[in-house]
Design a protein around this ligand. Sequence first.
Ligand SMILES: [Zn+2]
Length: 125
Amino acid sequence: MNTEFCQGCGVSGSPLMKFSLGKDFFGRPYDRLSPSADQNPKWYCPTCSMYKNLQRDFRDIHAEYDKLISGQRSELAKCDGFLRASVRLREIFTILSTSSQQSPLLAKQEVLLLMERLNTVTMPA
Ligand SMILES: [Zn+2]
């Protein structure tokens, strides 16, 4: 079902895009979200849709970081995953820094904090 309002910023009268959760940043299907959540996509305006992607990647990376530091299996324990995550975080931060309006979905400071934390982790060999 479509709604008339963007579920990020609440704007109306703008073409809305369906945002459905499919694969996460590391290419895995979402497991912590039930498939029924995926069948209930949300609708976002173009700007929020872009932010939503950033937010999703940020969350994925954050979750893997939490696993890594608590000694669980983590995508960040792989060299490839670690590098991709670092690059992506920098991208996200740059996009947030250059955008004129503050995203309602993701704060620049949160991204910066995670970047700093990731820097303190030894890169996997
Ligand atoms: Zn919006």
